[in-house]
Design a protein. Structure first.
Length: 466
């Protein structure tokens, strides 16, 4: 009996001496052992309280997690699993937050140049139409400005270099161009005068064509001119009067000319192709189109900036998914370490499992014990990784700035990356996704070792134990 009590005391984290002191009166009496279920007998013999008996898998599993006597190697693997889980969760949160920061930075820069919403119709809009519709649209508190739209694809060329762009007609007096003026790196928008056929290029387009302010460029329109001598493409030579740099896709795909010159090139006469709307909240463009756009001007083609830039944002979303999957490998490695540590723990505790099974523990109870142990390691790693990841993501800009000042180097050169600080944006949805995925992987990692523990036969384990 003393051997059995010693083994059970070791399993449950209690020494025989403590149990003997707690039950001295019962052991010295002549009372016979009452007939109770095995778990109640064990509980009464060792002075357990009912709450402990109800949470026996939790109690023993956490006790195994703190074990440091004979299972030094197992404890090392468990600690390694905890660190790997924390590292994987932290890396995922930080990387996703930085990617969210870049996503927001790019969108904010794009929205300073591109229209938030456009509406067009085949017959176009005359100046009188625009004067009639503008007050009606501006009555909506979500609309900040309404300006005419005239644009077309075109090809710019200089020598042997060529670049396709979206040629947009603007007027320096339009209120929507105030933000674009802040991004002029050479020349001025005010130099766009009607009849001068001047053009303002994005920095990437100017670099590709190897032109600067004052240089001529050839503009080829997607239309032809029919003459007695034959059919010729519409070509016009323009002068570069300005270069802008937003730090986004528009730097390599957009060029601006005066709206009167654009209408002349497109043979629109006194009409415009459509209207451009600027919202007070650009991120509500899709909702405004559905709720208000179709009501104000039904039957027309409405388009928000999210659809016009859909390819770019789809590529960014795909990049985020791929990076998340790659970094999830770290969490998978931590899960394999949890499996290894539990398998070794089950092998080392076969004798203890047999004793507990002999005292009446079911296979399910033994499974829950080792599932608790594995989940305890996983949850501690997830909590540590979440806290460290959120802190690092929140202060990542300051940390990078400190490293740059101490090392005297630029990790992100503003002349190349167009940012002076590493952007970061923590989203609760991303954090919840990472935590939920890590928790699920940790849970799945505990199932096989716990099942193996539940299949240990008491007689076989005690017979071959040395």
């Amino acid at each position: 009996m003393s051997f059995t009590l010693l083994i059970v005391g070791d399993v449950l984290g209690y020494s025989l001496e403590n149990s003997f002191e707690q039950n001295r009166d019962w052991l010295s009496s002549d009372k016979s052992l009452p007939l109770k279920p095995p778990d109640v007998v064990c509980g009464g013999a060792f002075g357990f309280n009912p709450c402990m008996l109800k949470n026996l898998p939790l109690f023993i599993g956490l006790r195994y997690t703190r074990s440091k006597r004979r299972e030094g190697f197992v404890s090392f693997i468990s600690g390694f699993s905890l660190c790997a889980m924390a590292l994987g969760v932290m890396a995922l949160i930080v990387v996703l937050s930085v990617m969210n920061g870049f996503d927001r930075e790019i969108k904010n820069r794009l929205l300073r140049v591109v229209p938030h919403i456009t509406v067009a119709r085949p017959q176009g809009f005359s100046a009188d139409d625009i004067a009639t519709l503008s007050p009606k649209i501006m009555a909506d508190v979500n609309i900040r400005a309404v300006v005419p739209m005239v644009q077309s694809f075109a090809m710019l060329s200089q020598g042997a270099e060529q670049s396709g762009v979206m040629l947009q007609g603007i007027d320096p007096e339009w209120p929507t161009l105030a933000l674009l003026k802040e991004h002029m790196i050479s020349g001025y928008l005010e130099q766009l005068a009607p009849g001068e056929f001047a053009v303002v290029l994005g920095s990437q387009v100017a670099r590709r064509l190897n032109v600067f302010v004052g240089d001529p460029v050839q503009v080829t329109m997607p239309s032809v001119t029919v003459t007695p001598a034959g059919i010729f493409p519409r070509i016009k030579t323009m002068t570069v009067t300005g270069i802008f740099e937003v730090g986004a896709q528009v730097d390599s795909s957009v060029a601006f000319i005066h709206q009167q010159d654009a209408r002349k090139l497109l043979r629109l006469g006194d009409k415009f192709q459509g209207l451009q709307l600027q919202l007070t909240d650009a991120y509500g463009a899709d909702q405004w189109v559905v709720q208000s756009g179709e009501t104000i001007l039904p039957g027309l083609k409405w388009r928000s900036w999210t659809s016009s830039m859909g390819t770019l944002f789809q590529a960014m979303r795909m990049e985020k998914v791929v990076v998340s999957l790659l970094l999830s490998v770290i969490i998978a490695v931590a899960a394999f370490n949890i499996v290894a540590s539990l398998v070794l723990m089950v092998s080392d505790k076969r004798k203890d499992i047999a004793v507990v099974r002999t005292l009446g523990a079911t296979s399910g109870l033994v499974m829950r014990i080792f599932m608790v142990q594995g989940m305890a390691v996983g949850i501690m790693g997830i909590v540590a990784g979440t806290v460290l990841g959120c802190l690092l993501a929140y202060f990542i800009g300051d940390i990078v700035g400190l490293i740059e000042r101490v090392a005297g180097i630029y990790l992100f050169d503003p002349s190349v990356y167009l940012i002076s600080a590493l952007p970061s944006r923590i989203l609760v949805t991303d954090v919840a996704m990472v935590v939920g995925s890590a928790f699920m992987i940790s849970f799945l990692a505990t199932l096989y070792p716990a099942w193996r523990a539940g299949q240990v036969l008491p007689a076989e384990a005690l017979r071959y134990d040395h």
